[in-house]
Design a protein. Structure first.
Length: 282
């Protein structure tokens, strides 16, 4: 696999491109479907959705945030996946609300966007919390995979932090992989996530604009590690950098602050993420 290590520092976990491309991206895409089971059936021989939950998540009372829970017996994993932004108005509001409205203290460490915090809490309390307890009891020893695209990535980050901090699942069995995740909290939050969730990767695509929002250090926002940055397309075998040493690095997407693109945000690993999920990951 062609890649560059943008750090010589040792790390306990390494980026698994096959896992991100062939496991987590389809699961993130599945959250865009009204029936995620279609993707699960395409991807696995023995995987079942537990619940799909959807809640109003902004002041328009139109756009919804959603997530689903599932169990994948093939890989012995419990799955939590969150849906990102599928309407332009919600994408705009992510920026507006994050920049213009208050942050809130995050019990697990630091401060986070009030908007992302509220979206997480609404989906978490609408069934995700209960499902995690049930699935863990039914499937001892399984890993916990948490993923999401766009806003879904921010919600996934908060979820992984919350679960680990509250000791709801063993930290060494949690795998967090997000796609096109916006900055979610401040430096203290970033450090907390890195400590609480050792297996944590943010996949970014070339000119994707959303990982640059909110602007770095505006209201203290800062990305957590570890970024896997694809700067020359995302086809199989594409070149990528993995920036292990810091959450914000010019070796990764911070090196491209000009000519950002919404197209690159919507497409990951050569898939239109929402369309791919809506079509059952086929």
């Amino acid at each position: 696999m062609p890649f560059d290590l943008a750090s010589e520092l040792a790390t306990q976990v390494t980026y698994d491109e096959n896992f991100a491309r062939n496991k987590m991206l389809p699961l993130a895409a599945a959250a865009y479907s009204s029936n995620p089971q279609q993707c699960l059936s395409t991807l696995y021989k023995n995987a079942q959705m537990k619940r799909l939950t959807s809640v109003i998540c902004d002041i328009t009372l139109i756009d919804k945030c959603s997530g689903f829970t599932a169990v994948n017996h093939d890989d012995k994993a419990i799955i939590i996946s969150f849906r990102g932004t599928d309407r332009n108005i919600q994408l705009i509001m992510e920026g507006d609300e994050t920049l213009l409205k208050n942050n809130t203290k995050w019990a697990a460490g630091g401060v986070v966007s009030l908007y992302f915090n509220d979206a997480f809490k609404r989906v978490w309390m609408s069934g995700i919390k209960d499902d995690l307890a049930t699935l863990q009891s039914q499937n001892p020893g399984y890993e916990l995979w948490i993923t999401g695209h766009s806003l879904g990535g921010a919600m996934a980050s908060l979820t992984a932090s919350y679960i680990s901090f509250n000791k709801l699942f063993p930290a060494n069995k949690i795998k967090l992989v997000t796609f096109g995740q916006p900055r979610t909290g401040d430096k203290t939050y970033a450090a907390a996530v890195e400590k609480q969730v050792p297996y944590s990767f943010r996949v970014t695509h070339s000119h994707d604009m959303v990982p640059h929002l909110p602007l770095e250090n505006q209201e203290g926002y800062y990305h957590h590690k570890t970024e896997a940055y694809y700067n020359k397309g995302m086809a199989a075998g594409a070149h990528y950098y993995v920036c292990y040493d810091m959450g914000e690095s010019t070796f990764c997407s911070d090196g491209n602050l000009i000519d950002t693109s919404i197209k690159d945000h919507l497409h990951y690993f050569e898939k239109d993420v929402s369309e791919y999920g809506d079509k059952g990951c086929k």
